[in-house]
Write a protein that binds this ligand. Structure first.
Ligand code: PLP
Length: 440
């Protein structure tokens, strides 16, 4: 098995790549690195300077067009006019925090909450997925009086101090802290009965936290397991895990930052695929289609319990411009039938990729739901092949396609285009993938 990959290392430009860059691009990269320093993360051996986006396409400063099969924030399409118009209209009138009543904020909260099953009826608005998960952890700690969290082994849940602790894929060097336990991703290759194995691993981790005196507060999962390598099947496999968590007196937190807002093609939420009702749901990325907004939805009594101990105020969270962007996103998803499109085009795309796999020995699996598909590259011995994933990512870029990697070793192609992706776009991708694989 190839070494475990830190999430930000995947498809990353390295300083050693600089020597091969054309002079003008090398100067642009040097300018970035001089200001951002060690925190600069750029994609590709030859980074791209972007100029604009439209629908499923991005255009660089030279006018070159790229088919976007990577970005999940502009989920309803890059620079969607409905969002641009809503944001421009509201910011010209009023933008302020939530300590005054403002019409778009209440309207958005009601519209969003109408998309959740009972008893999930309270919303806290934040600005990032990280803030949402941080708050969810604090709500779980207050509700249970316990400190322990359980996550999957290549999970990524964000970048605050607390949330980095539950994001094993963020750490280059450190093991997870004492209050965290990691369990294997729900991969049928590890255990064919995914539901039973995942629930049993969860139970063992809960027992371990209890035995250590930490106690079990919550299990938190991205309901499409994005950074773990994309695991959607069989539908319903998370049900047993929710039962285990509840029986132990802990909570189940669904991180919908990646699958939320229609991507899996089976409703707005990844958790819908599993017919479960989480205790806490966290959202972000596609919520404002690029306008930074995020949120936490939970049961009123859990939020009350937390607010008895700690007040929560988020200066920018839930401002009227964000609410207007969010309303526009919900409207477009419905008007443009994007959930149906994700399901139909996603099924067509996955079937096409499975056909490519059928003819090759270097693809080990194709899996996913809606427009979130994972494709595993393997070597001659059947082991994960992160080198091939990196080769394909860079070769597809040369053919005008943007894509990224995921998984414990970075050997899974993460296929995650905007939800307005078409069958023609899928065909274009499949032909390009076949070409780069046969040309190597
Ligand atoms: C599953 C998941 N949760 C949370 C986050 C954190 O969101 P943000 O970067 O908006 O803080 C991410 C970001 O990649 C994510 O993929």
């Amino acid at each position: 098995m190839s070494a475990t990959k830190e999430i930000l290392a995947l498809n990353r430009f390295e300083a050693t790549d600089a020597a091969a860059l054309p002079a003008d691009l090398a100067a642009r990269v040097a300018r970035r690195q001089a200001t951002f320093g060690a925190s600069s993360v750029l994609f590709y051996k030859e980074p791209i300077e972007m100029a604009r986006g439209e629908g499923v396409f991005l255009y660089d400063v030279h006018g070159r067009r790229y088919l976007d099969v990577y970005n999940n924030v502009p989920s309803i399409g890059h620079s969607h006019p409905a969002v641009a118009e809503a944001v421009a209209r509201q910011i010209a009138v009023l933008n302020i925090h939530t300590r005054y009543l403002t019409a778009p904020v209440e309207a958005y909260a009601e519209a969003l909450l109408s998309k959740f099953p009972a008893p999930l009826s309270n919303l806290v608005m934040t600005c990032t997925g990280s803030e949402s998960n941080d708050l969810a952890m604090r709500v779980a700690e207050a509700a249970t009086g316990k400190a322990g969290f359980i996550v999957t082994r290549a999970a990524y849940h964000g970048n605050t101090r607390h949330v980095t602790a539950i994001s094993p894929s963020s750490s280059r060097t450190k093991p997870v802290p004492d209050f965290v336990r990691v369990i294997p991703e729900p991969d049928p290759a590890l255990a064919p009965d995914v539901a039973a194995a995942f629930a049993a691993n969860l139970q063992a981790a809960i027992d371990d936290l209890e035995a250590a005196g930490v106690g079990f507060a919550a299990v938190i999962v991205d309901t499409i397991f994005s950074s773990d390598g994309i695991y959607a099947d069989p539908p319903g496999f998370l049900k047993a895990a929710v039962e285990v968590a509840h029986k132990a007196g802990g909570l189940f937190i669904a991180d919908e930052v990646q699958p939320g807002f229609g991507r899996t093609g089976g409703g707005l939420w990844g958790f819908s695929r599993h017919a479960i009702v989480p205790d806490i749901v966290t959202m972000g990325k596609p919520m404002g289609n690029g306008f930074p907004m995020a949120g936490v939805v939970t049961r009123p009594e859990l939020l009350s319990r937390f607010c008895e101990e700690t007040g929560y105020f988020n200066t920018f969270g839930g401002n009227p411009v964000a609410a207007s962007a969010g309303l526009a996103v919900l409207g477009v998803i419905e008007r443009e039938g994007l959930i149906d499109n994700a399901r139909e085009v996603g099924a067509y795309f996955k079937a096409g990729l499975a056909t490519v796999m059928g003819n090759r020995r270097d693809i080990g699996a194709v899996r996913g739901a809606g427009l979130f598909i994972g494709l595993d590259f393997i070597d001659d011995g059947g082991r994960p092949d992160a080198g091939l994933a990196t080769f394909v990512i860079n070769a597809l870029k040369e053919r005008g396609i943007l894509i990224g990697a995921a998984g414990l070793s970075g050997s899974t192609l993460k296929i995650r285009p905007p939800l307005c992706f078409s069958r023609d776009n899928a065909d274009f991708f499949i032909e390009a993938l076949k070409a780069v694989l046969s040309a190597r």
